[in-house]
Design a binder for this molecule. Structure first.
Ligand code: PEP
Ligand code: MG
Length: 594
């Protein structure tokens, strides 16, 4: 959702706001790389103007002031549309057109004149009165997308108010073809990010959010630098300012000086070069120095990401977060639509495994219009709990997955299991879905594997229930850490407590991997930790042989695996598991990666 597209068109990448000092803001980087571009603020401004009476003989003049302001804004918007650089995000033009349409709406361009005539009020006041009427109408719109267009109405009104107050309009500098845009938001929901998918933004930065929030995971999946938990960035940064987003370090430079900008451009070029070099590892088998094979699989959120996974030579899809098919839309995907999505991914991957996780809705991911306000959403009716409470919805998905199993090596992965009872109920529903397909004569793979996510400490500690009842396990470290350390992964106020190196987390991980391996049940890690190269050797040393991560991390992790001495890693991990001292743990982490 772009805001005020005119400002973005009018300030190129060299168009830092004149006279503003350069400063830095620190947050948590959620992906790798550096982005340089203009700030685009997602904001809702206040409309406050003074109210005064005009004399009857001043009405004509007030009316013409109003008409002139509307005409000026129309000219500004049209001029901006003509200046859109080639290659700019497609929605920029769309938003300018939307602003022109809002301006042309008679509620804003005509009705205020009636108020000026009848109530003898000043033009600015008349305009804001009408704007409020229009905004109230927007408030009642059911469609979330249209409702959110309120902010565009406010922007248009602000522009007219500025024109009325005689403030100079923006003078457009020459268009910059490479005007990259960095989205600056207070917060973004996973649904927002889904709506941004496919659009060209150089980076995202938000005031709120934790590193394993679904928003952060999605931003990472867009493959662009992003930083969360910047606290006041949204207030400090102005529209159109030049930003450097160093996602690797979690730092934003606002209005960098020429030397800093040159330095970051150089680093950006170097990191591109490194990525190109990594690409050469594509065809190399992932194995440690002693030849132990390691499987590197990909996490995807939407079916079209499978191409990226294949492109980075993923050994399979270790986690397909199927719930993203359900977000940000009015109609839920029916069985056939789901089947097509799963079949597509299965056929692209051929014989390589495709692990489709059943719906993990709830917590921070909600169906449109169906958001239930639970007192404690992360601990509420989420994932398998919600599916068992809505068996018809679950059965539709199970049938779709089973049907897709006929087109590749599909497996089911069940999120957030914690009890034997849930496991039994789930397996019974899978059997019921199979029976209904049998009755209809629809083929599916009868031996399709069923796995469970181990992401609740209770499941980790009562692992036997799950090693006995399931074909494979996958550790969701994002939730396992959230629930072990009691930190809401979406809450930036406690983001500093997120720590994969906490002794309790390390012990739980080692326990799950050891017990599952001893029981002969394959185990993977599919949380963000699997894609963090700093933890690759820790997990290898614990005995992990399957890692599932965002495709963008695959080759970097492969490079780390290729240079890993397994025996050495095991020895350091044994020491890590014996200590509870955070400093020693950090020193051991440095040693294992040294
Ligand atoms: C996890 O919890 O680690 C996981 C992979 O699932 P999600 O991030 O979708 O909750
Ligand atoms: Mg999870």
């Amino acid at each position: 959702m772009l805001r005020d597209p005119v400002a973005a068109v009018q300030s190129g990448p060299s168009g830092a706001v004149a006279g503003r000092m350069s400063f830095t803001i620190h947050g948590i980087g959620v992906s790798q790389g550096i982005a340089i571009g203009c700030a685009h603020l997602l904001s809702v401004a206040q409309l406050e103007v003074s109210h005064y009476q005009v004399q009857p003989d001043e009405v004509a003049e007030e009316l013409s002031r109003f008409d002139a302001a509307i005409a000026r804004v129309r000219a500004e918007l049209s001029a901006a549309a003509a200046l859109i650089p080639e290659g700019a995000p497609a929605e920029m033009e769309g938003f300018l057109n939307l602003h022109l349409m809002i301006l042309a709406d008679s509620t804003l361009s005509e009705a205020p004149k009636e108020l000026i005539r009848t109530q003898l009020c000043n033009a600015a006041y008349a305009l804001t009165q009408q704007a409020e009427t229009l905004l109230e109408q927007f408030e009642r719109i059911e469609d979330e997308y249209l409702r959110e267009r309120k902010a565009d109405v406010i922007q248009v009104v602000e522009r007219v108010l500025k024109a009325l107050s005689g403030q100079p309009g923006h003078l457009p500098p020459p268009p910059q073809p490479d005007a990259d845009i960095i989205l600056v938001a207070r917060d973004l929901s996973p649904t927002d990010v889904i709506l941004f998918k496919g659009h060209r933004f150089a980076g995202f930065i938000t005031d709120l959010g934790g590193t394993t929030s679904h928003t952060a995971i999605l931003a990472r999946s867009l493959g662009i630098p992003s930083i969360v938990a910047l606290h006041h960035a949204h207030q400090l940064i102005r529209e159109g300012e030049l930003l450097v987003v160093d996602s690797t370090q979690g730092v934003v430079l606002v209005n960098p000086d020429a030397a800093a900008l040159a330095e970051y451009r150089l680093r950006q070029a170097q990191s591109r070069l490194e990525r190109e070099k990594l690409y050469l590892l594509k065809a190399t088998r992932a194995a440690t120095l002693d030849g132990t094979r390691v499987e590197l699989l990909a996490n995807i959120e939407l079916p079209d990401e499978v191409d990226r996974a294949r492109d980075h030579a993923a050994a399979g899809i270790g986690l397909f977060r199927s719930e993203f098919l359900f977000l940000g839309r009015d109609e839920l995907p029916d069985e056939d639509e789901q089947f097509e999505a799963y079949r597509h991914v299965a056929s692209v991957m051929g014989e390589r495994p495709v692990t489709i996780r059943t719906l993990d809705l709830g917590a921070d991911k909600h169906l449109k219009g169906a958001a239930r306000v639970a007192p404690n959403p992360a601990l509420g009716l989420r994932a398998i709990r919600l599916c068992l409470a809505e068996p018809q919805m679950f059965l539709r998905q199970l049938r779709a997955i089973l049907r897709a199993s006929n087109y590749g090596n599909v497996r089911i992965l069940v999120p957030m299991l914690s009890t034997a009872h849930e496991l039994r109920q789930t397996l019974e529903l899978i059997a019921e879905a199979k029976r209904s397909l049998d009755a209809a004569g629809i083929p599916y793979r009868r031996d399709m594997a069923v796995g469970g996510m181990i992401e609740i400490p209770a499941a980790a500690l009562a692992l036997r229930t799950f090693t006995r009842g399931l074909d494979f396990l996958s550790i969701g470290t994002n939730d396992l850490i959230q629930y072990t350390l009691a930190i809401d992964r979406t809450d930036d106020a406690v983001a500093y407590l997120y720590d994969p190196l906490h002794p309790a987390v390390l012990r739980l991980l080692a326990h799950i991997i050891r017990r599952a391996t001893a029981a002969g049940v394959p185990v993977a890690v599919c949380g963000e930790m699997a894609g963090e190269v700093g933890f690759t050797r820790v997990l290898l040393g614990m005995g992990l042989r399957q890692f599932s991560m965002h495709p963008a991390n695959l080759l970097e992790v492969k490079q780390r695996v290729l240079t890993s001495d397994l025996g050495g890693a095991q020895r350091v991990v044994a020491q890590m598991l014996r200590t509870e001292d955070p400093d020693k743990l950090r020193a051991l982490l440095a040693r294992i990666n040294g």
